[in-house]
Design a protein around this ligand. Structure first.
Ligand code: DGI
Ligand code: FE
Ligand code: FE
Ligand code: FE
Length: 188
């Protein structure tokens, strides 16, 4: 697979213009979190650069990639475009870019999270959430939590997502709920 320097321009070429700063910000934040928590920095860069590589595709294009690469979607994912891009992005990272399994898995879980995440998976999930271009109520608090404790940040991020889904009347993915209940036990 490509080094981060080789990958960066190719990965950016997959994006709509307005998404480029987000992906570069996610790369920066992923490096900082990886250094802080002992994840592989190169893998963190590669995962961040590719995490939203299928974000601009519509539902039909997402479904085409799913059938081409054998991606299985559960019922909620079949009905939520925003959940599909994590699964199809992982497939592109694996089959087009030849990324290692750890990177592919980090991309696969970057939107919902899941129980028993690896450090790299947590790093990408949170880098996507708190990268410097993000601006939403509570983001500063979340940033502070992330640099106090990776699991504290993760629980706060997952809870913010669950709260927002509830407010909008969207169903919460079961992987998000499983991640939350695991962390509530662990973090106390
Ligand atoms: O791709 P990004 O915008 O950078 O960020 P992301 O991959 O974390 O996607 C966030 C979007 O995903 C957000 O608009 C809500 C949606 N989402 C996240 N978790 C869930 C969800 N949608 C549903 N229905 N259920 C979830 O659990
Ligand atoms: Fe590599
Ligand atoms: Fe995403
Ligand atoms: Fe993102």
């Amino acid at each position: 697979h490509l080094t981060p320097e080789q990958l960066r321009p190719v990965a950016l070429s997959y994006l709509k213009h307005k998404r480029i700063p987000h992906v570069l910000g996610t790369e920066q934040e992923a490096v900082r979190l990886a250094e802080r928590y002992g994840a592989d920095v190169k893998m963190a860069r590669e995962a961040a650069l590719l995490h939203d590589c299928t974000k601009k595709l519509d539902i039909q294009e997402q479904l085409e990639l799913c059938s081409r690469y054998g991606v299985e979607l559960d019922e909620l994912e079949r009905n939520a475009l925003k959940l599909m891009h994590a699964k199809t992005g992982a497939a592109i990272a694996k089959y087009v870019f030849g990324e290692p399994e750890e990177v592919v898995e980090a991309i696969r879980w970057h939107t919902t999270g899941k129980a028993e995440m690896s450090v790299l998976e947590k790093v990408l999930y949170l880098a996507d959430y708190i990268e410097p271009n993000r601006d939403f109520p509570g983001v500063e608090e979340l940033r502070e939590a992330c640099y106090r404790s990776l699991d504290e940040g993760l629980e706060m991020g997952l809870q913010m997502t669950a709260d927002e889904m509830n407010q909008r009347g969207n169903p919460i993915h079961k992987n998000t709920l499983e991640a939350l209940s695991e962390l509530k036990g662990k973090n106390g």
